[in-house]
Design a protein around this ligand. Structure first.
Ligand code: CA
Length: 527
């Protein structure tokens, strides 16, 4: 075949491709983004990472069709702060939202505002938790604060453009899915690309399952984590002085000895029919000691997994819709959680620590035609990078004042040579729920150095030899060189990320307790 013949054969094909490409450009072919976000969901309860406790087929669809990140670290393992980091691409001390209970400064630059300005339709449905009316969204319908698991009031934009609170009946995870699907199907402008933040309350404390899953896993025994019986020796004092143990700190609502207050009569009947026989059986066993702790762990872990199961179903509905509507090929689906979680590891529930289980959060990204299906990434990435990533996905410049870096090159399979090798973490909420001391630290994925700076106590872990972080090697002679290296890196990162010399700034401290309240029991503060 001559070159001329080849040319004659292929020219019509290339012209057709070009014509399609320009038509698509005219209609704005920038990719849609669906960011699926949960609260307190750990990789131990996501089968694409760990199939031992639960099967999450719909989350796994994202991993199978895209990239699984194995070292996605959060900068501050707490609900509100993580959301503020994602909005801004900046550490807590820069975006100003360092601990729960603060109000996010909505006047600052956020990635949804930048996407909206660039012609994206933006929406957020579900948990917002930044204690301020959302800005930068064409549509918002968000839970009030933490939001309940059933019958949630939600805040949306009223006809006059002002926020209005509306009541809903049903299971919150399902309501968030229905609202998201309604917006995708009926309300958005099909000629514009969109960015939807599909954000769940689940599986946050106190783990109230949907009616259909109240008895799911009843006959199954959930494996206990290796460190369930941790005694907190060989570490600094904060690990011993926290208030988040499965043994002692789960309350009657957590353990479902009392039903949630927000159920209606019909829901309560279904709830009691599920839990009363189980509670009766528990009372008859008259457990104590380790047997009682084991029982508590099973009750807690099962309710947590039941909540995850409903989220997985909801994700399936949205993924199915994207496929049915022909949107899947040009829609990026990204899954993450605001931080990791202790599903009994170290004997705990909750998060906050720089230890691996809460530092590390799931991150799965499906981007048809760009990300190689079923691929894995082991670089250190962070929720600090999400805003930058969304902007680059949309073809926008990343502002210089953002502190993370776009993951787009990694998603394309090419990690830049100067990608971060170390990561800075900082937790601020003390005094606060669960009594975790303020700390900051650095890790390179192999070693980790933590400073409990108000106590001036340190820990260092050799993650390769001690992945469960049970033995601090801080101050040990054989680690002198590593320790100096990590100390120097910690200082470098604190300077790079513009940490104030004094941590934390006085203005972010909560009001001090009066001396006569010091010994009173803390109110059951929600986290
Ligand atoms: Ca959380």
């Amino acid at each position: 075949m001559t070159r001329k013949t080849l040319f004659a054969l292929f020219t019509p094909f290339f012209l057709t491709v070009l014509a399609f490409a320009s038509a698509a450009r005219a209609a704005d072919s920038r990719p849609n983004i669906v960011f699926i976000f949960t609260d307190d969901h750990c990789t131990q309860a996501l089968s694409a990472y760990d199939p031992e406790r639960i099967s999450t087929p719909n989350m796994d669809r994202i991993a199978e069709g895209g990239m699984r990140f194995n070292r996605c670290y959060v900068t501050n393992a707490l609900c509100g702060p993580s959301r503020a980091v994602i909005q801004t691409g900046k550490y807590s001390h820069i975006n100003g939202f360092m601990r729960n209970g603060q109000s996010f400064n909505m006047e600052q630059q956020t990635f949804p505002k930048l996407l909206q300005k660039a012609g994206y339709q933006t929406a957020i449905v579900g948990k917002w938790h930044l204690e301020v009316t959302p800005q930068g969204y064409d549509y918002y319908d968000v839970l009030v604060g933490q939001g309940p698991y059933y019958n949630p009031p939600m805040i949306t934009k009223g006809e006059d453009g002002k926020p209005v609170t509306r009541k809903h009946t049903g299971y919150t995870t399902e309501i968030i899915a229905e609202k998201s699907l309604h917006w995708l199907k009926e309300d958005r402008d099909p000629d514009k690309p969109f960015m939807l933040m599909f954000q769940h309350k689940a599986p946050h404390r106190n783990w109230c399952p949907a009616p259909k899953y109240l008895n799911w896993l009843d006959d199954v025994e959930i494996p206990e984590p290796e460190t369930l019986w941790d005694d907190y020796s060989n570490r600094a004092s904060p690990a011993r002085n926290q208030a988040m143990t499965v043994a002692n700190h789960l309350n009657d609502s957590d353990l479902k000895f009392v039903p949630p207050k927000y159920l209606n009569e019909k829901q309560l009947k279904v709830w009691n029919a599920a839990y009363e026989p189980k509670n009766e059986a528990f009372r008859k066993m008259n457990l104590s000691g380790k047997d009682l702790i084991r029982w508590k762990y099973q009750r807690y872990a099962k309710d947590y997994l039941r909540c995850v199961k409903s989220v997985d179903d909801a994700i399936g509905q949205v993924m199915d819709y994207l496929e049915e509507a022909g949107l899947a090929d040009n829609t990026i689906v990204m899954y993450s959680s605001d931080q990791g979680w202790y599903l009994g590891e170290h004997g705990w529930f909750d998060k906050r620590w720089m230890y691996e289980e809460s530092l590390r959060t799931p991150l799965l990204v499906k981007w048809p035609g760009v990300v190689k299906p079923g691929s894995d990434n082991n670089d250190i990435v962070s929720n600090l990078d999400f805003a930058e990533t969304f902007l680059e996905m949309a073809g926008l410049e990343v502002p210089d004042d953002m502190q993370g870096r776009s993951l787009v090159p990694l998603l394309k399979g090419h990690t830049p040579e100067d990608w971060r090798q170390t990561f800075y973490y900082h937790y601020y909420e003390y005094p606060g729920a669960h009594d975790v001391a303020r700390h900051y630290g650095v890790t390179d994925g192999k070693k980790k150095l933590i400073h409990y700076y108000e106590l001036n106590e340190w820990e260092m872990f050799d993650l390769e030899k001690d992945p469960n972080e049970l033995n601090s090697v801080y101050g040990k002679e054989e680690y002198t060189a590593d320790q100096s290296e990590m100390m120097a890196e910690l200082s470098r990162l604190r300077e790079k990320f513009k940490l104030p010399e004094q941590d934390p700034p006085e203005s972010f401290r909560p009001a001090r307790k009066k001396p006569n309240q010091q010994n009173k029991k803390k109110p059951a503060k929600k986290e």
